[in-house]
Design a protein around this ligand. Structure first.
Ligand SMILES: [Zn+2]
Length: 164
């Protein structure tokens, strides 16, 4: 299991719902937590490992491992905040992104049971970032277009160096 990076088509596709929470999905979730920890990430969405399904995992500053299957953000606060984001699929790029400060999300947990979570702070930030991955959106899409172009250029330059 490897984290794919900018330029890979799967990152840009709207992911399909998970039809059923099976043992296979549960072991996938376990593996995703391992990949995330190894990469020093705080969140990982299935499209980032090349699987176009609506599932992500995260571990915010409360240290709790959470899995979200077929999530839906059902409410966002009018108040927004700015936070410097990075992404395992866009290595070495960090930019400030403005997002709603608080959100309410509904999803299935790894037992296939529905839950509703109200989140703010880092947790709300990670959920929104990972949720975007399920719709083929990257955090650089939410920054100033000039900065986005610069970030893409910086990344692609690095990638071509690696290929050489
Ligand atoms: Zn990301």
């Amino acid at each position: 299991m490897e984290v794919i990076t900018l330029g890979n088509e799967t990152l840009r596709i709207k992911a399909a719902p998970v039809p059923e929470v099976t043992d296979e999905i549960r072991s996938l979730i376990r593996e995703m937590f391992i990949v995330m920890e190894k990469a020093d990430g705080v969140g990982l969405a299935a499209p980032q490992i090349g699987l176009s399904i609506r599932l992500f995992v995260l571990k915010a500053d409360d240290g709790i491992e959470r899995a979200f299957i077929n999530p839906q953000i059902i409410q966002t606060s009018p108040e927004t905040c700015s936070y410097e984001e990075g992404c395992l699929s866009v290595p070495k790029v960090w930019e400030k992104v403005i997002r709603p400060e608080k959100i309410t999300v509904q999803a299935l947990n790894e037992r296939g049971r529905p839950f509703t979570l109200e989140a703010d702070g880092l947790l709300a930030r990670i959920i929104q970032h990972e949720y975007d991955h399920l719709d083929g959106i990257l955090f650089i899409d939410r920054i100033d277009p000039a900065k986005k172009a610069k970030a893409e250029e910086k990344f692609l330059k690095k990638a071509s160096k690696k290929d050489a």
